[in-house]
Ligand binder design. Structure first.
Ligand code: ADP
Length: 480
């Protein structure tokens, strides 16, 4: 069974968050299970893409209103990924450094809708011309949400309409919605299918995908249930289409995230876990103004409300004012106002708090290895991968009980506990967790065996890939 994954991200070619990790791993594990997978993403001006060998295999034009836009598909000719990778090159639209965010302004691109409508059409034109058609089309997030609609309701692409479509919601907050006044950017479609594009008087690619795909999934069962009550306006739609929904917790790519063989770590794990943690923590203490003898509590992620990043400054201030003893590091990019707050804290809380406002893959690995705790005070968390990477690198997660976090982290006071959990979305609750972490750090008799145990937890992709395969088989019974 051949599956094509259509996505805006794929690690290591282009990653902005968890979507990149998933699309860089699931296809590899599908291929290893005997179902060759192909991934197609836009060709951004990203370092990995620029430095790898590609060959051009397809060129055509896509209509955008009155314009005919030249588009191309390139194939990665290296063999380091474990799956096939194609990129869609659309000069003028994707040859930019940032994936979603303009690196010069710090804001999202204003032509997002045009970019992804062109991308999706290029993929479909390519598939129309390909001699071998995929058995399943698997689309990820709103950037590819119009594909299930296009193959059913655009005459140009209808030859693909028999191919089953699966859609995965990695983040239901973002819909990619745009005004009907821009409907001219779409390919010709049956006028009586207007209603499928619409949600709340806008063209809404996420809603459209949920309506038109054959099956859809979210990245944890908990998050799927939460979407029934909180889906940024799509609650009734989720409930209506619930019969075709699945919740599948993401795995992690144990080959990429391997403390013993991680080329991005200063000190990969040899045998002694304490030594590995201490050496990597020392590297962090040299890079950041923190005290290595205190427990190190880290945040890695997008500086946005969704991740609860706005709770961090107040919680840290409160903790230190109450006499708490810990060091803190924040690695992230996002809300410019929050970024300024963290930069000011850096000055005020010298040697207790430091930050690096950037996206830095290497540094994130170093922080997973060298930190004692990793905080995730998320408002919304579809799955969350950071807590799974933390386990693997021997760092204890501090999480709010929500979505995938509630599904994967058990409080240490419970049987088989593996982290620290809190319920309230408040600075106070986060602050109390810092106190719990600081106490736990002193209890080496508990901390050391806990570290050893969480490093052995199995969140590998094999299990999740099998679940996806069983769903694909319901869509293509000839493979059952
Ligand atoms: P998201 O909602 O952002 O996709 P996930 O927990 O699913 O959150 O995945 C986040 C992924 O992005 C992890 O691999 C994390 O290490 C990575 N990440 C987030 N921010 C940064 C950053 N500033 N630098 C490096 N890696 C980051």
């Amino acid at each position: 069974m051949q599956v094509i994954h259509i996505s805006a991200e794929c690690y290591p070619a282009a990653k902005a968050g968890g979507l990149g990790d998933v699309v860089g791993a699931l296809p590899k594990y599908l291929s290893q299970a005997g179902h060759p997978a192909l991934v197609i993403i836009p060709k951004y001006k990203q370092k990995w893409i620029l430095n790898q060998p590609f060959e051009r295999i397809f060129s055509t034009l896509v209509r955008l209103g009155d314009m005919q836009v030249p588009v191309h598909v390139d194939r990665y000719t290296g063999n380091s990924l474990g799956f096939g990778l194609l990129t869609v090159d659309i000069p003028g639209f994707f040859d930019r450094e940032g994936i979603y965010i303009d690196t010069h302004t710090g804001y999202g691109y204003s032509d997002e809708a045009e970019r992804y409508v062109l991308f999706q059409q290029t993929v479909l034109k390519f598939l129309l011309e390909s001699p071998e058609k995929p058995d399943i089309i698997h689309c990820h997030d709103h950037h590819t949400g119009l594909i299930p609609f296009m193959i059913k309701h655009c005459p140009e692409y209808r030859a693909l309409s028999e191919i089953p479509t699966m859609f995965t919601i990695h983040n239901g907050q973002y819909h990619g919605a745009f005004s009907w006044s821009r409907s001219w950017i779409l390919p010709w479609y049956d006028a009586n299918a207007n209603g499928l594009l619409d949600w709340d008087h806008n063209i809404n690619p996420l809603a459209c995908a949920i309506k038109c795909c054959w099956k859809f999934s979210t990245v944890s069962g908990g998050y799927l249930n939460e979407l029934r009550y909180a889906a940024n306006g799509l609650e009734s739609l989720i409930n209506m289409e619930f019969h075709k929904a699945y919740g599948i917790v993401n795995g992690i790519d144990n080959q990429v995230w391997d403390p013993k063989n991680d080329p991005l770590l200063a000190y990969p794990l040899v045998e002694n876990i304490d030594e590995y943690k201490a050496q990597n923590k020392q590297v962090i203490a040299e890079r950041f103004a923190i005290q290595a003898d205190l427990p190190l509590i880290t945040f890695i992620g997008r500086l946005v409300g969704e991740k609860g990043a706005d709770l961090i400054p107040g919680a840290i201030m409160r903790f230190l004012e109450q006499g708490g003893q810990a060091s803190f590091v924040v690695l992230g990019t996002g809300d410019p106002a929050l970024r300024d707050v963290f930069m000011q804290m850096r000055e005020r809380l010298w040697s207790y708090f430091d930050t690096s406002i950037e996206y830095n893959e290497q540094l994130s690995h170093q922080l997973y290895a060298g930190s004692d705790f990793l905080m995730m005070p998320s408002r919304v968390e579809p799955c969350g991968l950071n807590q799974l990477y933390s386990f693997r690198y021997g760092t204890i997660p501090i999480v709010r009980s929500i979505g995938g976090l509630a599904e994967t982290v058990i409080d240490v006071t419970q049987w088989e506990g593996n982290g620290l959990r809190f319920d309230d979305l408040s600075e106070d609750a986060l602050c109390r967790s810092f106190h719990r972490a600081a106490e736990l750090f002193q209890r080496k008799d508990i901390l050391i065996p806990l570290r050893e145990r969480i490093m052995k937890l199995d969140f590998s992709w094999e299990k999740a890939a099998d679940t996806y395969i069983s769903i694909y088989k319901t869509l293509q019974p000839s493979f059952a």
